[in-house]
Design a protein around this ligand. Structure first.
Ligand SMILES: Cc1ncc(COP(=O)(O)O)c(C=O)c1O
Length: 353
């Protein structure tokens, strides 16, 4: 239950497109891809009312490569980068790769929902942090940051002359209204860069294609020195699977978001019945549950669940450069009902023993 991919069949539209490309021996290098700009624009407008006119898209091998290239380009070794823990564990690896230092403004728990701490974010920016790696929606807590919060982020980024790299890879899997950072007006477009792909929502991460998107002249100028070859290092199959997903993958996506919500309800009821001391939070996006197991008082629940229960989860401390959240685990519930129930039963045997 650890790696972030779904145990669901890929959309038939994407499988057909790939099969056709293979049948035609259409497996060469990527060329310019105006189809992607058009397909994503249509999707962004239908889904989020986001007008992407004047957007510039650059391909990248995956979102991780896009992030590392941007971090290297926008900062110099030793610079600090703002993050909000708990956050996707690869954020820390990307920062290490670019020799940068994480500066944390942790999410705050409000009721049973994790949310951005706008005061903490302002403090960091006022303290001179110039780059912000934002996870929107947030893996692992499944929070869809609100329009109001993100508008505040844009206002602060402008005020303190900071750049926001918004990783929006989970956005299509949201069931609460998602606000794309660049849709928020002039301050956001002047300060923001979006990195995303269809690969997470349509379950094609192995195909290797993503893109970097900007929507202002200031940002285009800022990114002018990015390695030109970055654009060509994506895969042709990945690139056309993105085009197909955004063009004709919404029926599949809607069904998948529905299934994910059903599985989340099942996870809640299974936990309530078998692991009543486990705490699951409110979430509005994606299929990764952040579970607090501290009431069980175990030193390292993730390790014990793996060794004694044979359930693979992601350890909480992987989501924080300071190693906090040791009593938490991340649980991928995009799987069959049977497997989900089996995982909770195995956890029950270890934790309630
Ligand atoms: C927030 C976030 N960004 C990026 C990725 C990985 O993207 P890629 O495989 O394109 O590097 C993930 C994978 O789970 C993720 O959760």
């Amino acid at each position: 239950m650890h790696v972030a991919e779904m145990d669901f069949e890929v959309a038939s539209e994407i499988r057909d497109r790939l099969a056709q490309m293979v049948a035609n021996s259409d497996l060469g290098y990527l060329g310019p891809l105006p189809e992607l700009t058009e397909a994503f624009s249509g999707f962004a407008m239908r889904r989020w009312g986001w007008d992407t006119a004047s957007a510039t898209l650059k391909l990248a091998t995956d979102v991780g490569v896009a992030a590392v290239e941007l971090l290297r380009h926008l900062a110099k070794p030793g610079d600090r980068v703002l993050i909000n823990t708990p956050v996707y564990s690869a954020f820390m690896k990307w920062l290490d790769e670019a020799k940068l230092i994480a500066h944390d403004a942790p999410l705050q728990l409000s009721g049973d929902r994790w949310q951005l701490d706008i005061d903490g974010i302002e403090q960091a920016l006022a303290d001179g942090v110039k780059l912000y790696l934002l996870c929107s929606p947030q893996n692992p807590v499944g929070t869809v940051h609100t329009r109001q919060e993100l508008s505040e982020v844009a206002r602060l980024a402008k005020k303190y002359d900071a750049t926001v790299i918004a990783d929006e890879i989970h956005a299509p899997l949201s069931w609460a209204p998602f606000t794309p950072y660049l849709s928020l007006g002039e301050d956001a477009r002047a300060t923001g860069i979006t990195i995303t792909s269809s690969s997470k929502a349509w379950n094609t991460a192995g195909l290797k294609a993503a893109f970097v998107m900007t929507q202002s002249d200031q940002m285009r100028q800022k990114l002018a020195g990015l390695p030109e070859a970055m654009n060509w290092r994506a895969s042709l199959l990945g690139a056309f699977s993105m085009v197909t997903a955004f063009e004709s993958g919404e029926r599949w996506l809607d069904q998948t978001v529905e299934t994910i919500q059903e599985r989340l309800a099942l996870l809640r009821s299974e936990l309530a019945a078998k692991l009543p001391k486990a705490k699951l939070f409110a979430m509005e996006s994606t299929y990764l549950a952040w579970i607090d197991l501290s009431a069980y008082g175990m030193e390292n629940p993730q390790q014990q669940l793996l060794s004694d229960g044979k359930v693979a989860l992601v350890a909480g401390e992987d989501h924080d450069p300071a190693g906090g959240y040791g009593q938490f685990v991340r649980f991928n519930f995009a799987t069959s009902e049977t497997r989900l129930k089996e995982a909770v039963s195995r956890m029950d045997k270890v934790l309630e023993a």
